[in-house]
Every structure is written in C-alpha cells, then in structure tokens.
Design a protein around this ligand. Structure first.
Ligand SMILES: Cc1cc2nc3c(=O)[nH]c(=O)nc-3n(C[C@H](O)[C@H](O)[C@H](O)COP(=O)(O)OP(=O)(O)OC[C@H]3O[C@@H](n4cnc5c(N)ncnc54)[C@H](O)[C@@H]3O)c2cc1C
Length: 459
C-alpha cells in the first residue's frame, strides 16, 4: 500500500516531527530520520524502577483546555493522560535551613475545573523561624507581600487591556522589560525579579535578560490564553473562563512516542542527516554518505540545526534560521534533597528557587518533585532545571542538555519568512519555534497541522 503513496522524509522526531508523522502518515509514506538512538521526544527519558514506563525528561505538562491540538493528537493516538496539580512554590536559593518560602500557588481541582489560589508568606511565625542572612525585617516582608499581591493583580488584570489598546492604536510594540520597567508607574523590582521573572524563566526555560527582551504581547497573550489570567474575573474580558487542570501523560514517554510514530513506514535512528537539498525531488544526505530521494522533506529540528541542514535554501530563509535566538540549559534527575526548599512545609510539586537580587543571578532554578506527581515512583526523585549548586555525584540519575528557542522582537519577522518559504523546493519546516507564539508543545503540533494543510491533509 505505502508504495503507492508519495514519500516524505521527516528529519527529527521531537513532538513536532511526531505530530507531522501522524498527520502526514495518513496520505504519505513517512520515513523518520532521527540522529538519536530512539525517537527524539524519548531520547533523554529515564527508567526509574519499579516504574514501568520511561519518565519524561524534561517533564512536559499541558492543559487540555489550552492545548486543544496536542490533546486531539494524544486522544486520537490513544495516549493516556491524567490531571496533575500544577502547584508551585517560590523560595530563596540557599543551603541553609530555616528559610521560609515566600510564595505558594495551588490549584483546587473540582471536577474538570482547576481553581487557582495563592498564598504569600505573611505569617510572623514563618518569618521568626527564618534565620537566613537574606531575611529582611518583618515590616519589609509585609511590604513586599502587599507589593506582590497588588502587582500580580495589576499584571494579570490590566496588562491585556493596556497592550490590546496599544496594539489597536498602532503604537510601537514593547519588550517585556520596557513594559514592566517603563511607563508612568513601573512595576516594583521585587515583583519582577522575585516573582514574575522566576515563574516565566521556568515556563520559557530562559534567563532574566532574555525575558527582558521578550515581546510583552507574547507573554501577556500566553497568560491570557494558557494560564492564570483566564482564571481571574477580569473586567476587561468579555467572557469569564476557568482553566481546567494541568495534565501529564500517564504511560511511559517511550510508549507515547511509539503511538505517535505508528504511521511511519520506517524510522532510521542514529542517522545524523547532514544536508537536505531542495528540488523537484528533494534529497536527504546522511553522515554515512547515503543520499536518498523523496517527494517532500519536512525538517523538524530546532532552527539552528535546520539552518545547518539547508545551506541551499533561499538566502532570506537561511538568514532567518541562523538568527533565531536560543538558550542552552541542563536538567538533572537526582535524589539530592538539597536542591529542594529548605523547609519541608514549603515543598510543592514545582519548586522555584530564586537567588537574591544582590547575587546577580540571571535566572532561577526549578526542581520538580517527580514522585509527588507520579505515585508509581516509590521514593523521592527530583528533576532540577538550571541547578544553582553542584549535585552530589552518587545521587545523580541522569544529566541532559537542551536548547530552547527564545522569542525576541525579531521572531515574528523570522516566522513570516518561514511561512513564505514553506514548500519551496519540496521542503517544509515544523517545530515549536516555527510559528510566532510561545515555543511549547501546542505550537509544535500546530506547526504540523499547518504543514499538513499545505500538503493536503487536514487534522
Ligand atoms: C526544561 C524544559 C521544560 C519544558 N517543559 C514544557 C512543558 O511543561 N510544556 C510544554 O508545552 N513545553 C515544554 N517545554 C518545551 C517543549 O519541550 C518544546 O517546545 C518541544 O519539545 C520542542 O519540540 P520540537 O519537536 O519542536 O523540537 P525538538 O524536541 O528539539 O526536536 C528536534 C529533533 O530533531 C532531531 N535532530 C536535530 N538535528 C538532526 C539531524 N541532523 N538529523 C536527524 N535528527 C536531528 C533532534 O535529535 C530532536 O529529536 C520544555 C522545554 C524544556 C527545555
């Protein structure tokens, strides 16, 4: 049967390549080329016995309400997923004991509703129990708590309205840094660096300086569409919405990848593709010297890899791919309690740890309490992104490195160039980076859906 179908090579099997495989596999004979030894989405995962399936690294969660295409993809391929609480806490980074966390967000699940609530550290007892050298006076703690609350409400309620009006009037687009730190009443630094940026640096996997340069509208739209904003009774919204609970896949990520790639006729692993040559019949060149001809090629790698693969692409596309900004970071899976908040009562599913501003750290650290999210893992296991301290060697289970695209004021222009060049020389591009939005799983699936439409397959 597959011999009659036109052929497509998909280079890369992260979620974008896998979504494209499922969508295009309906009408095309798909061959996946992946440079890793397993499908890309599973390539960094880890077995934690006696847990049967492999644990996702990095752990990726989603909210069906705001990730409709990813949810459709998982549902149509029988991938099982279940709600998980997206509660998180913020604490100071320290090795000393007795320091109070200063913010806790939680989510009350009632049926399909996830009602958020947060608590700030106002308790004098918490403060008295804390002996940390960065501990401010109680009055200062009280003051910053009030500032955090007022600023959070201001940001969540007022920002969409303000940015919406500015966009409507055709004013110059602002970076997040310009929006927060400029204007008549700038946001307090304590709110920016102790609360908002730590949260966002985890969502975007990037530094505070990259957040400064993020387009303000992208972040505010994200909260408006995906996040907390939708849960607030916002007078500037015409429709009141409540967010459903966040979810995680409940089978091993290896099994998820198997299901998503079922429609591929062939998967070639350890196949470092070195070049894709556009043409009436595009060619795929691999490191082993082999050259294969296809009817179409879909490049599903990160943009800097795509630029290396496509030296013969149109100059404007090559330039846009080369200029895409990205950041490099790492994730450890481990058993070191020292990377969790100092006091056990501050432990949460997601634990954001923040360096006091005086230390000049350009980002936060985030530890996920894996066995709290997945009760099939019997003992304490954590996944820490961007650790601030060296881990004890014997407690490290896995180390993985990632690059993630960062959105800048130029990204919209680059995405336009990608869009204009889709299909040129039989080559298409997909990836969570390739559409102008937050580089999350949903955007990767959307990119696969859009390329599917261009190639005559709807999803
Ligand atoms: C720490 C962290 C946490 C995250 N958490 C979340 C989350 O909770 N929710 C969420 O929605 N998103 C999250 N994300 C973002 C999400 O993981 C990415 O947006 C998504 O995985 C990107 O998928 P992709 O398919 O576009 O790219 P990738 O996953 O990078 O896939 C590209 C693939 O191409 C392969 N490749 C590259 N070059 C070649 C070559 N020459 N030949 C063959 N193959 C090649 C690579 O090996 C890789 O498998 C997180 C990201 C990070 C880093």
């Amino acid at each position: 049967m597959s011999e009659d179908k036109p052929t497509v090579a998909i280079i890369g099997s992260g979620i974008a390549g896998l979504a494209a495989t499922h969508i295009l596999g309906e009408k095309y004979a798909v061959t996946i080329f992946e440079r890793e030894a397993t499908l890309g989405m599973d390539s960094q995962s880890i077995s934690v016995p006696p847990c049967k399936g492999r644990v996702d690294v990095p752990l990726r969660i989603f909210n069906p309400r705001f990730y409709p295409l990813l949810t459709k993809l998982y549902t149509s391929t029988q991938v099982s997923f279940a709600p998980c609480s997206s509660e998180f806490s913020s604490s100071w980074i320290t090795k000393e004991k007795g320091v109070a966390g200063y913010f806790k967000y939680s989510n009350l699940s009632i049926g399909k509703l996830g009602i958020p609530y947060f608590s700030l550290n106002l308790s004098p007892m918490n403060w008295l129990n804390s002996s940390h050298k960065y501990r401010p006076s109680y009055l200062k703690t009280l003051y910053s708590t009030v500032l955090h609350s007022v600023s959070l409400f201001r940001f969540f309620l007022f920002s969409p309205f303000y940015i919406g009006v500015r966009t409507g009037l055709g004013c110059k687009a602002l970076t997040l840094g310009e929006y927060l730190k400029g204007g008549l009443i700038p946001y307090p630094k304590t709110f920016i660096y102790d609360l908002l940026y730590p949260m966002l640096s985890v969502v975007c996997t990037c530094s505070y300086s990259s957040l400064d340069a993020y387009p303000a509208k992208t972040i505010i739209d994200y909260y408006n569409t995906y996040g907390i904003l939708t849960w607030f009774p916002n007078p500037f919204r015409t429709k009141l919405q409540y967010g459903g609970a966040h979810c995680r896949v409940t089978e091993g990520i290896n099994s998820v990848c198997e299901k998503l790639s079922k429609r591929a006729v062939k998967c070639v692993f350890n196949s470092n593709v070195t070049e894709v040559i556009p043409g009436a019949k595009p060619l795929v060149k691999s490191k082993d010297g082999s050259v294969q001809e296809f009817d179409y090629v879909v490049v599903a790698t990160q943009p800097h890899h795509a630029s290396a693969l496509l030296p013969q692409a149109k100059p404007e596309l090559l330039e846009a791919l080369k200029q895409w900004k990205y950041e490099h970071s790492c994730v450890y899976v481990h058993r070191c309690d020292s990377l969790m908040p100092s006091r056990n009562c501050d432990w949460s599913n997601v634990n954001i740890m923040v360096g006091p501003r005086t230390t000049g750290l350009d980002g936060s650290q985030c530890s996920i309490w894996l066995n709290r999210l997945d009760d099939t893992i019997p003992e304490d296991v954590y996944q820490t992104w961007n650790p601030a301290f060296k881990l004890e060697e014997d407690k490290i289970l896995k180390y993985a490195e990632f690059t993630r695209p960062v959105v800048t004021m130029e990204t919209e222009r680059h995405c336009k160039v990608v869009k204009e060049n889709q299909g040129s020389g039989g080559v298409f591009l997909v990836g969570s980076y390739s559409r102008f939005d937050m580089p999350l799983l949903e955007n990767a699936v959307k990119s696969g859906k859009e390329v599917g439409e261009l190639m005559g397959v709807s999803f």
